[in-house]
Design a protein around this ligand. Structure first.
Ligand code: PLP
Length: 446
């Protein structure tokens, strides 16, 4: 399983850097924080990916979340092929996109008064990426409230639109960037960045700017600075504070939605007894089943402010693309409670073994979880906010990562990213991961 010192991945990376900035189409893929040539993937099936040199790995990236069922699930692929045979893109409404909007709306349920069930996602607009979903959500919050300021939390990643890159997680954290060049200062100044899991900070900013704040955007559970679940009651308190001040709560479920619970992470919190109602939700990843598709949804009166009914503009040549819609519909149909139970069990097996292996080597660590999402932190305690996440011994991760890769397990190439299990991670795949961990822990100890 040992990777040869030089193979086709190295050749491709060298060539890629001549024609693509940094050789990649999304920064974290470049292996910048772990070193070496990224694996150029040629195919993927179930829990495995195969690179351009023909080496297979158990995959714990899952395309950064979408592959809930595993890669290339036969029924999802068949649904896409079937849709493709009827046309790749129409730029017109389709019956299938109405079905997908309906499924999303029906799955996100909230208990109401008595036996009544409420649907906080009354309207759904389909877009192509999570970035578009959150970008449109904040424009909508601004258009609806007539206010400009937005509150976000340090270390939360909501995609790469201008106003959301301030102190962002994911690749921005991996590359240790404060934000991004190219964002004009007046635009950055419209985003107020607060520490996560600190309600006093939220109350203070609302006390000063309350009548100018359009909304608060929050990851349902932070998973782009490592996995940092919200404190109990935190998201519900955010809903209360925003609503007291006439602002909107935007719950970013691009990563968590339909990944950790059939009704999104929010659904998980409802099961735990924490009931609150965001005004706008952003979905992505799993709703597109591995194809380019994301969505925003929410209260009818807010969502109906979007064009063509209202004054807030959003559009897309490929919005509601029939292939993406087919993949999303097939994935959500197959994403039964049993699927989530399998993913949870696989996540428990790997996270427990990971912690055990690091403990054997005496390495200070934590393995924080939010549902089936988890990550590794090289510190005594799991962080509750971004500044703490940055303080860990992240220098241990490259050796750990490469030892896993050499043993045939592909991890996210950054300590700040979550590990993703799928329903396709069977006993064989899990056994390979568990067998690789002790050696990787030894490498991280050196
Ligand atoms: N929001 C969250 C919470 C995410 O994790 C991501 C991507 O990882 C996005 C938004 C952006 O989605 P996309 O990469 O599809 O633009």
């Amino acid at each position: 399983m040992n990777q040869p010192t030089h193979d086709r991945n190295d050749d491709l990376f060298a060539h890629a850097r001549e024609v693509i900035p940094g050789g990649v189409n999304s920064p974290v893929r470049a292996y910048g924080s772990v070193g070496g040539a990224p694996r150029f993937l040629a195919s993927a099936t179930g829990p495995y990916v195969t690179d351009a040199a023909g080496t297979s790995y158990v995959d714990l990236v899952a395309s950064w979340g979408p592959a809930l069922l595993g890669h290339a699930h036969p029924e999802v692929v068949a649904a896409v092929q079937d849709a493709a045979s009827r046309g790749l893109s129409f730029g017109a409404p389709t019956e299938a996109e109405v079905d997908l909007a309906t499924v999303i709306s029906e799955r996100v349920v909230a208990p109401g008064e008595g036996a009544e069930v409420r649907r906080p996602v009354e309207r759904v607009r389909l877009v192509s990426t999570g970035t578009e979903a959150t970008m449109t959500a904040i424009r909508l919050a601004r258009g609806y409230t007539g206010r400009d300021l937005l509150v976000k939390f340090a270390g939360h990643y909501h995609g790469h639109s201008d106003g959301l890159l301030a102190a962002a997680g994911s690749g921005v954290a991996t590359l240790a960037l404060p934000g991004s060049a190219g964002v004009p200062a007046p635009i950055a100044a419209q985003t107020l960045v607060l520490p996560y899991n600190d309600l006093d900070a939220v109350r203070e900013v609302f006390a000063v700017h309350g009548d100018k704040i359009a909304g608060v955007i929050v990851e349902a559970a932070a998973a782009n600075m490592g996995v940092v679940a919200p404190d109990a009651g935190y998201n519900a308190a955010l809903a209360d504070i925003t609503h007291e001040h006439g602002a909107l709560l935007i719950l970013d479920e691009v990563l968590t939605g339909f990944r950790v619970h059939p009704a999104g992470y929010w659904g998980l919190q409802q099961e735990a007894g924490e009931i609150y109602t965001p005004d706008i939700f952003a979905f992505g990843k799993v709703v597109g089943g591995g194809m380019p598709l994301a969505a925003l949804g929410g209260r009818a009166d807010v969502m109906d402010s979007l064009a063509p009914l209202g004054p807030v503009y959003q559009a897309g040549t490929l919005s509601g693309n029939p292939l993406s819609v087919a993949a999303g519909l097939a994935t959500l149909r197959l994403a039964t409670p049993e699927v989530y139970a399998r993913v949870d069990a696989a996540a428990s097996a790997v996270s427990t073994a990971l912690s055990g292996a690091l403990a054997m080597e005496g390495i200070a660590h934590a393995v924080p979880r939010a549902g089936s999402l988890f990550g590794v932190v090289f510190a005594d305690e799991a962080p509750r906010r971004y500044a703490e996440a940055l303080e860990q011994e992240s220098w241990r991760y490259p050796a750990f990562f490469h030892a896993m890769l050499d043993s045939g397990v592909s991890l996210p190439p950054s300590v700040f990213e979550a590990w993703f299990l799928t329903a396709a991670h069977d006993d064989d795949a899990l056994a390979r991961v568990l067998a690789a961990l002790p050696r990787a822990a030894r490498a991280a100890a050196e």
